[in-house]
Ligand binder design. Structure first.
Ligand SMILES: CC(C)(COP(=O)(O)OP(=O)(O)OC[C@H]1O[C@@H](n2cnc3c(N)ncnc32)[C@H](O)[C@@H]1OP(=O)(O)O)[C@@H](O)C(=O)NCCC(=O)NCCS
Length: 179
């Protein structure tokens, strides 16, 4: 089965436990998120199922519906800045490197404008995270650095417009490079 055979849709309540296990493993291994292990149910629920959070998963189409990965979208700010989303992605360790993460990120770019967002922002991307390459390839621009954010290491802030937002709003660095 390839990533393209998977169903990408809002996470069903009965699949919460599968996502808990995936995210719990990510937290345990301190991959990409600052949460301290062990992951508690309350922390999981507030990040992935809190008010205003939309959670989308990639799952197998069979009746067992194995969840292989997921992302959340939610307002990054209140009120007049709530048009900017925050997103987070996870893929189960056993399913990585097969395009599931890329598919989820691409889906979030398509889905965010349907939810009323015109940009997606990441607040805390570890400088060591290999996902940076994916984000940059798919149009995110590094717009800031938080010194010593996690365990003494810096973290990066990324932003990209989505939907009808004007890509040139990000400045000349996002213009296509011409020879
Ligand atoms: C980041 C993550 C969601 C990527 O999922 P994935 O299914 O492995 O990603 P894909 O197979 O679609 O790979 C897409 C791209 O991501 C990049 N990438 C992701 N993980 C990588 C790794 N360990 N090493 C090298 N490149 C990697 C590559 O650019 C890759 O592109 P390529 O296929 O052209 O080489 C997954 O590794 C994960 O859950 N990590 C832990 C949680 C995390 O860090 N989330 C992001 C928080 S900012």
């Amino acid at each position: 089965m390839t990533a393209r055979d998977l169903i990408v849709e809002p996470l069903r309540p009965q699949d919460d436990d599968q996502l808990f296990d995936i995210f719990s493993d990510v937290v345990e291994r301190r991959e990409g998120y600052p949460h301290e292990p062990p992951l508690t149910h309350d922390t999981f629920m507030s990040l992935w199922r809190g008010p205003g959070v939309v959670t989308v998963c990639a799952r197998t189409p069979d009746p067992d519906a194995t969840v292989l990965g997921a992302y959340y979208l939610k307002p990054n700010y209140a009120g007049r800045a709530a048009h900017i989303a925050n997103a987070g992605y996870v893929v189960a360790r056993a399913a990585r490197g097969a395009g599931v993460g890329r598919m989820l990120v691409e889906d979030s770019i398509q889905r965010a404008p349907l939810l009323g967002f015109d940009a997606i922002m990441f607040n805390l991307v570890f400088v060591s995270n290999p996902a940076r390459r994916l984000y940059e390839e798919l149009g995110w621009r590094e717009i800031g650095r938080v010194p010593g954010a996690v365990g003494g290491d810096d973290a990066l802030i990324y932003w990209r417009p989505v939907g009808g937002a004007d890509p040139s709003a990000a400045g000349p660095e996002t213009e296509p490079q011409r020879p």
